[in-house]
Design a protein around this ligand. Structure first.
Ligand code: B12
Ligand code: SF4
Length: 604
């Protein structure tokens, strides 16, 4: 089969395409794990933000995909809906599979009635009706037509197939929940098999209409009404196979949407142990778009482990895969790094959720990188402050020797009250003989700086009890100590504990999911409104970013000298000659920046 894998084009404020464009690690891993006879192409649409529609059109023309897989974060849901509608208009019989954090944690939002690939003529002027709560198959008279080469019906144009309004997506055939390599591989096998037996694929949610192979075990009542939007806070994950029903009121705005569709939710797939060799190396050769870079150096992503045993309230990881930590063997990691280097990478981001959970292993990995002579690459990694502060004496010099350059520190906040809300106190604790003796942040930063590495400072401001003073205190801290600010606002992603808190305290002021990008304040605090919070961060952060330019010039002079006007223009977008001369207020510039940002989000 022809398989096309897409990541969404949406990026956020701290990922200025002129400075960083990073590949999506999930897609190469999926591509590396499907059977060899498939023809697979990967397109990271973040590489073509200004021409998404034409790129998708030519990808469909060139690759004639039978199956399209989309990797989606929550803030990308609306774009995903638009791309699916476009796909369907270009190739109505294509099978659409979604995966990643958003489909895994809010699958209900993807269970909307399908955009009809071959719209049924209206019968007696009425659309198909399905009795509420009916078992699965009855309302699908033509249920496997698309697989068996149905006739070309009238095409749904991208315009008429406007996706339902945010935050739901329609036209999806399969939802892969959690880790995807084996689930996706098995799904492709089932699609090739005339039986279409999807019932035995753990981690898969599928339309009953996709298969004739629906067992007794999977049918039954429809216990859960599909939920979307902010209702996700109350949904729990499925442990048993169930049929979910997404009966929705018919919408006259979407004439080709069926009035009902039933979904089968297979049991969860247990997380992979990784060291068994079950997950094969990523397939980077499948990429058909190019141009990934980090400050001009070709960049790639590599995993050495998955999972985390902490439970920070803002993080999606626990609901995604539970609290656990699994590691790849060093042989595999080194082979992966070599493969990335052979494909041109000179900079590598280790995308582990929390590599510093096992510091001894991390130290040994640094040594293995040095021994394997893979230390000529610039590495970036995410780390906990407590691990760096406690083990910095030995760990930090080894990291430097291995080639680490940027360390993303999850500082989150410098105030104890905020850390308690974020449930991030433990990972920021400075420990001595197992006893907590204070906050680890400054000590960790010091180790990193002494070893000539740079701190990307992850902070979260705008928590419920924050005041203007506490926000300023964090911003001052960032300005003084971090080399590159990565400051965000708390964002209520599906099923995180934080979301529940914000819902209960009635602090969410914005439910437009495409603005849930981390740098748009979508929640207020008890005493500061959201716009004010965002304004304070935006005003302070722009200038902090400027300070890193000399260090960047020393490392990559030609790239920075060629591109600094574009970088400045991006960082200070919204500014004008009048504002530079002090003839406009910062609020006016901020409003213009917000309008620009709004326009940027219309990728399709
Ligand atoms: C590395 C990383 C980044 C990197 C690189 C991003 C990239 N280009 O890949 C950087 C730092 C740039 C980044 C930025 C952001 N990130 Co980020 N990031 C991560 C992190 C740490 C690991 C993701 C990863 O690569 N894992 C390895 C791969 C192999 O696993 P995976 O992505 O889960 O994919 C598996 C499954 O999900 C599934 N799958 C995924 N896609 C698909 C598609 C199909 C078709 C199928 C079948 C299966 C499937 O199968 C894969 C293989 O098992 C996660 C998790 C964490 N602990 O924080 C957050 C995370 C994904 N990021 C998140 C967010 C919100 C962002 C930002 C918006 C803001 C931020 N917090 O920084 C930005 C936006 C990025 C942008 N496009 O502009 C959230 C997403 C939450 C959500 N509900 O959407 C996470 C979960 C962190 C969190 N806050 O909880 N991120
Ligand atoms: S330590 Fe990092 S990966 Fe682990 S729960 Fe906290 S934010 Fe998520």
């Amino acid at each position: 089969m022809n398989v096309l894998l897409l990541s969404m084009p949406d990026s956020f404020e701290h990922m200025a395409p002129v400075a960083v464009v990073m590949p999506n690690g999930a897609l190469t891993s999926l591509a590396g794990n499907i059977d060899a006879h498939h023809k697979v192409a990967i397109a990271d649409l973040v590489l073509v933000q200004d021409r998404v529609r034409s790129t998708v059109e030519s990808l469909v023309r060139e690759h004639r995909p039978d199956v399209v897989g989309l990797s989606i974060m929550t803030f990308q849901r609306r774009t995903a809906a638009r791309i699916i509608a476009l796909m369907r208009s270009l190739k109505p019989d294509v099978k659409i599979v979604v995966g990643g954090y958003d489909p895994s944690l809010a699958p209900e939002a993807y269970m909307q009635p399908a955009l009809e690939a071959h719209p049924e003529p209206e019968r007696d002027g009425a659309r198909l009706q399905c009795p509420s709560g009916s078992p699965t198959n009855d309302c699908h008279p033509d249920r496997s037509r698309a697989f068996r080469g149905g006739t070309e019906g009238p095409r749904v144009s991208a315009d008429t197939a406007t996706p339902p309004s945010d935050p739901t997506v329609s036209g999806v055939d399969f939802i892969v929940r959690g880790e995807g390599e084996v689930t996706f591989r098995d799904l492709l096998r089932a699609l090739e098999n005339p039986e279409h037996d999807f019932a035995n694929i753990s981690g898969l949610t599928w339309r009953a209409s996709s298969s004739s192979h629906l067992t007794e075990a999977n049918t039954g009542d429809c216990p859960t009404q599909a939920k979307t939007g902010l209702e996700w806070a109350t949904i729990t994950s499925s442990k048993n196979p169930t049929v979910q029903s997404s009966h929705r009121p018919q919408s006259s705005a979407h004439p080709f949407i069926r009035s009902c569709d039933d979904w089968v939710v297979n049991p969860d797939r247990p997380v992979h142990s990784l060291d068994s060799g079950e997950i094969k190396l990523p397939n980077r050769s499948a990429r058909v778009l190019h141009g990934y870079h980090m400050l001009g150096r070709q960049v790639d992503v590599v995993e050495t482990s998955r999972g985390c045993t902490y439970d920070c309230s803002f993080c999606s990881i626990i609901e995604m895969r539970g609290r656990n930590f699994h590691t790849y063997t060093f042989d595999r990691v080194l082979a992966d790094i070599r493969d990335a280097r052979d494909h041109g990478a000179r900079s590598i981001f280790l995308v582990d959720d929390n590599i510093t959970l096992n510091v001894r292993r991390f130290e040994a990995l640094c040594q293995a990188i040095i021994d394997a002579k893979l230390d000529d690459i610039d590495y970036t990694v995410q780390a906990m402050t407590s691990a760096i502060a406690t083990h910095g004496e030995t760990l930090a010099p080894l990291m430097r020797r291995a080639g680490f350059r940027y360390v993303f520190l999850g500082i989150e906040n410098i105030l104890d009250g905020d850390l308690a809300f974020l449930k991030a106190a433990a990972k920021n604790a400075d420990r001595d003989n197992g006893r907590t003796v204070g906050n680890a942040t400054l000590k960790a930063i010091d180790y990193i700086h002494r070893n000539k590495m740079y701190v990307v400072g992850g902070l979260i401001v705008g928590n419920p009890d924050d005041t203007p003073e506490s926000i300023e205190e964090n911003l001052r801290f960032a300005s003084k100590y971090v080399d590159w600010p990565y400051i965000q606002h708390p964002t209520p992603y599906p099923r995180t504990p934080m979301t529940k808190d914000f819902v209960e305290r009635n602090l969410i002021i914005n439910s437009r999911l495409h603005e849930y990008d981390g740098t748009t304040a979508v929640v207020k605090t008890d005493s500061v409104d959201a716009e004010q919070i965002e304004f304070m961060r935006w005003r302070a952060e722009r200038w902090m970013k400027l300070r890193h330019i000399p260090a960047a010039i020393r490392h990559d002079p030609w790239f920075i000298l060629r591109n600094w006007p574009k970088m400045l223009a991006y960082t200070f977008r919204g500014s004008s000659i009048r504002s530079a001369l002090g003839l406009e207020s910062e609020q006016q510039v901020f409003r213009r920046y917000k309008a620009r940002r709004q326009a940027e989000r219309e990728y399709v």
